[in-house]
Design a protein. Structure first.
Length: 121
């Protein structure tokens, strides 16, 4: 994965609902709202270390779930495959336009692109 923040936000997107309300709140403030641990601690009325402990526990919990399920890893692999499928469909369409002008090939290439786009959502 690209960097720590990206990795953590991906974990949160996939597994955030499995966290406690407090973990979700602190994690969101720290990673998504870019507040410092001290700022979160001041707003919550607890120590900076207390906030850090909650965030670290949330990170560890989500990472453990990812290690067991591999959903994010498979999601990232699927994105690469979908891009390859779309590229192949575009190439089919281009070759067809230049050489064959077969309407059925155009329709099939468009359908492949449409189905790949639906899988991305």
């Amino acid at each position: 994965m690209k960097n720590q923040t990206y990795r953590m936000t991906m974990l949160y997107d996939f597994y955030g609902e499995l966290l406690t309300e407090r973990q979700k709140e602190f994690f969101d403030l720290y990673y998504n709202e870019d507040l410092s641990l001290a700022e979160i601690a001041e707003n919550a009325g607890i120590s900076r270390q207390g906030v850090r402990d909650v965030v670290v526990r949330a990170e560890a919990q989500m990472q453990e779930i990812e290690d067991k399920t591999g959903l994010i890893r498979r999601f990232e692999q699927m994105r690469g495959h979908l891009a390859a499928i779309e590229d192949a469909a575009n190439e089919i369409k281009t070759i067809n336009y230049r050489q064959y002008e077969d309407q059925r090939l155009t329709e099939l290439a468009d359908r492949i692109r449409t189905e790949a786009a639906a899988l991305k959502e």
